[in-house]
Design a protein around this ligand. Structure first.
Ligand code: SF4
Length: 141
């Protein structure tokens, strides 16, 4: 799956859930609460493939799924640049100390597996918008 197809599919799923919650007049705080991993596993099993195994993408006690993937992620399906004989497809715009550039054969992709930045409730509160695509608008290059 390309970055773009994941991005569009995830945006659509996110929008469907937010629209549903808005119809129920959820407040911002209630929407953020709803996107807590423990609730999402039960309430929205199709939102993330990891939910089926009750598996978190990052080991943290309270993990919020509202801003998955991450507003700091940058990608280009056609490739960003050549680095020696490899092609870079993504990177972290804030160069998080917990992120890394992963090399997979001839491809370089941002590896966020050790970074929990977008999954903290405080981060979600600060960057919150009902429109997920608006928060993520800088991700697509
Ligand atoms: S390394 Fe962290 S801050 Fe950077 S894009 Fe990945 S999750 Fe976001």
């Amino acid at each position: 799956m390309s970055y773009t197809s994941w991005f569009e599919a995830h945006a659509a799923k996110h929008k469907t859930i937010v629209n549903k919650l808005q119809k129920q007049e959820f407040t911002k705080a209630q929407i953020i609460d709803y996107f807590d991993f423990e609730n999402m596993v039960q309430a929205e099993p199709d939102f993330c493939p990891l939910y089926a195994e009750h598996k978190k993408c990052h080991e943290m006690e309270s993990l919020n799924c509202y801003l998955c993937a991450c507003p700091n992620f940058r990608f280009k399906d056609d490739g960003l640049q050549k680095i020696e004989d490899k092609t870079q497809y993504s990177f972290c715009d804030i160069d998080s100390k917990d992120g890394a550039q992963g090399i997979y054969g001839e491809s370089i992709h941002q590896d966020c597996s050790k970074c929990s930045v977008p999954h903290h409730r405080s981060y979600v509160e600060k960057h919150f918008d009902l429109d997920w695509k608006k928060v993520m608008q800088k991700c697509v290059l």
